[in-house]
Design a protein. Sequence first.
Lengths: 266, 956
Amino acid sequence: MIQDFLRPETIDEALALRKSKNDGCWYAGGSYINNADNGDVCGTAISLERLNIADISLAGDFLKIGAAVTLQVLIDTGIVPQILKDAAKQISIRNIRNAATIGGNIGSRSPESSMIPILIALDAQLDCAESGSVSLETYISDSLKDLILSVRIPSNPVASAINKISRTSSSPALVHAAVVLSPGSEPGSVKKARVVLNGISGCVTRIQEAEDAIVDGSLRDQEAIQSAVAGVLQPDDDYRCSKEYKIYIASVIAADCILECLGGLK
Amino acid sequence: MNITCTLNGVVKSAYYAPGETLLSFLRSLGISSVRNSDDQFGFSGSDTILYDGKTVNAGIMVAAQADGHKIDTVESMNNGPGMHYVQSSLVDAGVVQSGYNAPAAALLVNDLLNRIPDPTKEDIKDALSSLYNRATGYQQFFTAVEIAKQRKNDPAYNQAVSDEFREDLRYIGKAHRKVDGQKLVKGEKVFVEDMVVPGSCILKMLHSPHAHAYISTIDVSKAEALPGVVVVLTYKNVPDVYYTPAGQGFPEPSPYDRRMFAQKLFHVGDRVAGVVAETEELALKAISLIEVTYEVLKPIFTIEDAEAEGAPVVHNAKVSYAVGAPDDLEEKNAFADPRDGRIEIQFPIGADPHNNKAASVSGSIGDVEEGFKQADVVLERTYRTSQVQCTPCETHVVFTRMDGDRLIIHASTQVPWHVRRIVSRIIGTSESNVRVIKERVGGGYGSKQEILLEEVCAYATWITGRPVYFHYSREEDFTSSVTRFPMKIRVKLGAKKDGTFTAMYMDLKANTGPYGNHCLTVPMNGCSKSLPLFLSDNIKFDVNVFYSNILPTGAYQGYGAPKANFALQTAVAELAEQLGMDPLELVNKNRVEEGVTLEILRCLGEGREGTPAKILSCGLGPALEQGAEMIVWDRKETSDNPDVKIGKGVALVQQGSGLPGLDQSNADVKLLSDGSVIVHSGGADLGTGFDTLCVKMAAEVLCMDASRVAVLTGDTDTTPFDSGAFASSGTFFSGGAVKNAAEVLKEKILAAGAVILGEPVSDLKIEADERVVGKKGKTDFRTIGHRSIGGEGSGQLIGQASFTCDEASFPYGAHFAQVAVNTRTGEVKVQKYFALQDCGTPINPELAEGQIYGGVLKSIGHTLYEELIIDENGVCRNPDLRNYGVPMIGELPDEFKVKLVETTDPYGPFGAKSVSEIAVNGAAPSIANAIHDAAGVWIREWPMTPEKILRALGKI
C-alpha cells in the first residue's frame, strides 16, 4: 500500500528520492500499481507528474514518446503509427487508457502488456535517466529499473501486425503477438524480422527461430510457420486453459501476424 | 496529510490517510455517487470520475493524486431539482435499472458528447467500455446517447424508446419515466452503504481456508483483547439455531443445514469467525490475531465424487424432520458426528444427507418406456453446465442498528419479509421487534433472495446494541454468496419419422455445494420450465441433488431453467439433425400452444403437489414466425474469411409468473386530503421498475395523472406483507395486489362520491383528472379526500387488497442467434441475437426490454465466457469480475433486438405476465445450435470456449 506520495520537480530530485526509498516506485497514472490484480507493489510513490515527460515529437525518422504519455493520448495523436494505436486499444477500457502511460506499461513488465511486444518488435529504444539509450529488449531482459524518460520508435514502420487472445474484450489476455518485418532489397524479401509473444511463458518472448527462417525465406507457409512457432513454446500452467491450447493458439495468431506482414511487403 | 483540489468546481482542502484511495477520499467528502464494485480492479467503472477532464477510476488512484487537480463527479451535473439532459436521457431510454453505477454512466456519456457531439456506434462503445452493466446489457445506451445528443440543443426532445401496447389504456403498455430513476442517476444516498451512520462498527469475517474441515481449536482471546474490538463471534457463542439462507415461504422446501457459525466448515470461504470492531482496520487486525487449528477432511467437488461409493460425507449431521421422517432415520443418525451439527427438514424432499443427497424427486405421465418403443428415432445426450455467479454491481451488504428496543435492518434484499422472519427466529425475538427496510438494490438477480449477511450483522447489533455495517468484498461475493447450481443433465427423446415426439425423459443431477438452499426447487424448476415447452403423452424426469464442497449455490435469475432448457433444446436440435429435419420445423411441430392442458405440471409443484394447467395465453407462434423472418432463417450466411463459418440457432423459452398457490402479495392505496394517492406495497423493487409499475397501475385504475401517485415499497413496518421478489412474481403477484387495492379504493371513492352527490353508486363513474361524475352532478377526489378525514368524515379512504392465484401464467419466448465461428481459432462471435418475448401485456415496455437485454447478455456470458474455477483444494482461482469473465459492451451482439409479442393473460393484472427471469433461458441452446449449424460440432458444456470448439473440431 502506498504510504507516501512524493512529487519531485526535477529528474535529479526524482533519482535521489528513488535511491533513498527502498520501497519506492516510479508512479505515473497508478493504474497498474494500484490495481489489486497486481498485488501490493509500492510503498513510496515517486510521481512523474512534474517531470515534463509527457510529450510526443518527431525526431528524424523516429518518434519520441514521453514516458508519461497516456495510452489514450497515443491513440488520439495523429503522428503516432497506427500499429501503436492499435496496441494501446487492446486495453479495452477507456478509463484505464486515460490513466495508464506507455512508461508504466513497460515498467510493469506484465505478461498482459499489449505495448511491450509491439515495442520490442519495433526495436524500440528507451531514453533512461541514468543508463541513457538502451533497447527495450535489454531493459526487459536485464531487469533494469532505471527511470524511463522516453521511448523512440521508427515513425513509419513498413509491415507490422498484432493480435491478442483473451476470453472477453476486457478479460486478461492469454497471449499477445506482435510482428514487424523490414523489407529487403528484393520484392517480398525480408531484411529483418521480429516475432514477439507476451503472456505465453510469463514473460515476453522473441521467436528467433521463426525470425531467422522468415529472413532466409524458408518460412512462408501458414502451417510451417505455426509449426515453427509452436515448436519453441513452453507455456506456463494456466488455470484458464490447457498448455496444448496455449501453444496452438499462440502459434496461430503469430502465423496470422507474420502472413499479414509478408502480404504487406508484396 | 492534507490535499487541496477543485472538487465539482469548489476548492476543497481535506485530510487523507496514507494509502487511502481517491475513491475512499471522495466518499469521505460526502460524494455518494462514486462507488466500489470491484475492490480496486479498475474494471466496473462504478468509481468513474473526471480527473482534469478525463474519465478515470478513482478506486485505482491514491488520494494524493487529487492534490492540485480538478475532479468532477456526477454531482457536478446535478444543478437543481431536475436532471441534466444526459441523466434524463439515460432514465428515459430504460438503462437506469438497478442504477448502482448510473452516475458513472452519466459521466461517461456526458464526456463522450463533450468530446464528440455526433458519436458513432463505435464511439459509444468506446466510451462505455469503462462501464460494467449487468442489469440492462448496454443496447439501450445507443438510444440514450441519441436522445441526449438531441436534448443538448432541444431540451424538450423526445422519441419513442419502445413499442407501445394497449391503446385502450393511458399508462399501461407505454414508456414512462422510471419513478426512482432520478435519484439513482443523480447519485443520491439511496443504497444501504449510504445509510451507515458515523461511528458504526464494521463486521469482517474470517473465512475457511479449507474446503472441508473441522475446527479443532479456536482461540480468539488476542482478538478480543484488542482495544476497539466489540465482539468476536464463533460457533461457540452464537445461537444454536439451524436455518436455510433461502428466502422462501415457510415451510421451506430447503433443509435447515446452516448455523450462523459451525464447527464444521463446508467450503473455502465458509465462516470461521466474525469480528465486530470500531474500524475496518481494527477488525482486520483482530482477524489476524485469531488462532485456529483445523482437522482437514477430504473434500468432494463433483456430482460423481458425491455419489461415489464410500464418498466422504459432507453433512454427517443428525437429521430431523418436522413431518414425514423416513423409517430408517434413526439408524442413519446413529453414525452422525456431533461436530457436523444438525439438519432440520420441514417435510420430505427426497433427502439422504448421509449419502450426500440433499434432495430428490421423480415424476412422470404416460409410459415413457412404451413411448421410446414407439419411436423411430431415439436420441440420448448428456449436457453439463458450469458454476456461474450473479455478479451484481453492488455486492451483498447490510447495515443494522437499534431503535430503542427494536432492531432495524437496512437491507439490499429481494425478500424483506423472509429476512425479518428468519432473523427474528435466529436471534430469538418476535417479528414485531424487527424492522427490515429494503433500500435501493444495486442488482440482485436472485442472489439477494438469500439471507447471507443479515443474520450475523443483526445478531451482532442485537447483543451489543451497536450499529454494525457488513459489506462483502467482490471476492467474498464470489466465494461466500451464491452461484448457479452446476448440473449434469441427460436427455432422452423419442420421435416418429415425421418428428412427432413419442417420449421425453430428463435425468437431472445437480450439485448444490455446501448447503441445500433451493436444492429441491432449482433443479425441479429446470424440469418444470423446460419439459412443458413440448407436448408428449409420455414424459418422465428424475432429479437428484448432491452436497459437495464447491462454493455455495442458490438462486439465480432463471433458477433451474437456463440449465435444463439448454439441455432439452439442444437435444431437440440434435434430434432434428438425426431426423433430417429443420430444427425450427421440429420445434414448431411439437411445441406448446394456446388451449392445451399440460398434464406434466401435476408432477412439478414447487415443494408440493402441482396441478395440470391449461395454457390460455401463448405467444410462441408469432414469436417464432417473426423471429425467423428477422434472422432470415432459411438463408445460409457466408463469410469472406474461409476460416469463418456462420450458423443460426433457435430456442424456445418459458418461465412462470410467481408461484401459484404459494405466493401472496398485499398492497394498500390511500387517498390523501388533496386527492392524490400513495401506494404501499410489500413488493421489492430490485431496480426492475416495480415501483414505477405500482404508480402506473394505481394511476390507470383511478384515471389519475401518474405524477399524483406516490409509492413506498419493501418496508416491513410501513408496507403490507409480500412473499418477495423472486420466481418472476413482481408484476403478476405484487402488481396484482396494487391493482386490486386501487380497485378497492376506487369503489370507496365512488361510494363516498355517491353520498356527496346524493346519487346511487351505480350512476357514478370516475373520469380523468380525479373527477367523480354522476348523472346529476360531479365531485372530485380532493373533495372526497378532504371530507373523509374531517371530524365528520368516514375515515381515510384506503383500498387494501391481496393477490393470490392458483392458476399458472407462463411467459414464453423464442430466441434466435446467429454466430460466426472461426474454425481456426475456435472463437465465437455472436453476430445477431433476437429475443422475442411474450410477457402478456408489457406494463413498462422499455424497462421490460432492458431486463431482457440484460438477461440475454448475462446468459451469453454464461454460455461463452463466464465460469468460476476452483482448484484441487476448492480454492477459487478467479474471484474477480475481470478474470471471471463477465461480458462488457465489447461482447454485445452486432445486431441485438428485443421484440415484445403481445398476448393477454386472463389472470395477470391488465393481462400481464412476468418478464424478469425468462430472458436468461435462451442463449445457451440457441448459441449451441448456431455453433453446430456453423461448424458442425455440438458443444454440450458451458462455457463454450474456443478450446472446447477446437477440440470438437479436432484441431487440438
